[in-house]
Design a protein around this ligand. Structure first.
Ligand code: NAP
Ligand code: GDP
Length: 322
């Protein structure tokens, strides 16, 4: 990165954006803020990125040299199942507006954010970066996952036609402080932290959607943030990079529930509602490419990250997104 950089983070008020801000402000210069860097964290109040004029106005105002592009319409399994078209259109528009303006304004590098749901549903494991376009994604969130796949197509096109340095990363399921703790439209960890809190405080049943059998790899938002910053500074390719904990750290939803009950320090029972969807059974991803490039990176143990998240949830309950 050159000595004077303006780094714009879209989606700066979300789970991952807040983690990037935390890392920039609270860690040393390996991941933290460096001399000559100005960091800008956007929220939707700065402008609706589905709107071309509003997006252009943001670029005119800040003139970014680098972008971490996180802004997206994001939801868990049940939010996606209810509104696949909205997830498709909003994210397609946001990504097109960001990348088009990044090219027009001569941005030196963009790191956009995909998700492991971009991978084919029917595949071999572990999944790696070469497999994105090899078959249809899982039906439950086809809108969101197709819109995210198109970022990889655009990155390739902007590089081939205009020489742009636009790349992407593929995180697994993320959790941490500042997550969306909504009871329906959230992901499993924040959703179940909130549901366990209500079950405990109102002495009502704690009900888990699905069978508890699906498997997921979870990455702590602050680890992901460090890897985003490393990618912006060090990663040289246009093709995507999976940002994941090792395959051995994949856990079942039942294990997640048990860990949440322990972290919340509640003496409560739960049961599964098997009439609710399980979604994709697993999407086990390989982090080999990442670890070959960044072998010293240390992931926060799942239980430590969950304790920090639960502590943050309890301390901020009145103001959290719910
Ligand atoms: P999040 O907490 O829901 O935050 C979304 C962010 O995007 C917020 O800052 C929001 O702004 C902004 N935003 C949404 N729509 C916008 C619009 N039309 N115009 C401008 N800003 C808009 O999401 P997240 O979990 O941090 O996700 C960040 C990225 O990681 C996304 O690209 C997502 O696809 C990806 N990802 C997430 C997960 C996960 O498990 N959470 C897993 C894999 C990949 P406001 O706060 O102002 O509304
Ligand atoms: P995704 O399926 O990886 O996109 O992400 P989610 O975080 O939405 O869901 C993961 C798994 O958790 C699925 O198997 C769900 O059936 C299960 N699950 C159990 N309870 C909940 C809940 O309250 N919210 C969500 N989102 N998922 C839940």
């Amino acid at each position: 990165m050159s000595s004077k950089s303006v780094i714009m983070v879209t989606g700066g008020s979300g789970l991952v954006g807040k983690a990037v801000q935390w890392v920039i402000e609270n860690t040393d210069d390996k991941c933290g803020k460096r001399e000559g860097e100005e960091w800008i964290f956007l929220t939707s109040k700065d402008g609706n990125l589905t709107d071309p004029a509003a997006t252009k106005a943001i670029f005119e105002k800040y003139r970014p040299t680098h972008i971490i592009h996180l802004a997206a319409k994001v939801g868990g399994l049940f939010g996606n199942m209810a509104a696949n078209l909205d997830y498709f259109r909003d994210n397609l528009l946001i990504n097109d507006n960001i990348l088009h303006n990044a090219k027009e304004f001569g941005v030196q590098k963009v790191v956009s954010c995909l998700s492991t749901c971009v991978f084919p549903d029917k595949t071999t494991y572990p999944i790696d970066e070469t497999m994105i376009h090899l078959g249809p994604p899982h039906d439950s969130n086809y809108g969101y996952s197709h819109s995210k796949r198109m970022v990889d197509v655009m990155n390739r096109g902007y590089h081939d036609q205009y020489g742009c340095n636009f790349t992407s990363v593929i995180p697994t399921n993320v959790f941490g402080p500042h997550d969306n703790f909504h009871l329906v439209n959230s992901h499993v960890i924040p959703g179940l932290i909130h549901k366990s809190y209500l079950a405990h405080s109102t002495k009502s049943p704690f009900i888990i959607a699905g069978t508890g059998k699906p498997l997921r790899q979870f990455i702590y938002s602050r680890d992901l943030a460090k890897l985003f910053i490393w990618t912006l500074r060090e990663y040289k390719e246009i093709t995507p990079l999976i940002l994941s904990v090792p395959e051995e750290q994949e856990v079942s939803i039942k294990q997640v529930v048990d860990s949440i009950v322990k972290a919340m320090e509640y003496d409560i029972d739960y049961r599964f509602d098997t009439n609710k969807a399980d979604g994709q059974y697993k999407k086990t991803a390989s982090n080999k490419k990442l670890m070959d490039l960044n072998p010293d990176f240390k992931f926060t143990p799942f239980d430590v990250a969950l304790d920090e998240t639960v502590k943050w949830f309890k301390e901020n309950y009145e103001t959290i997104r719910k």
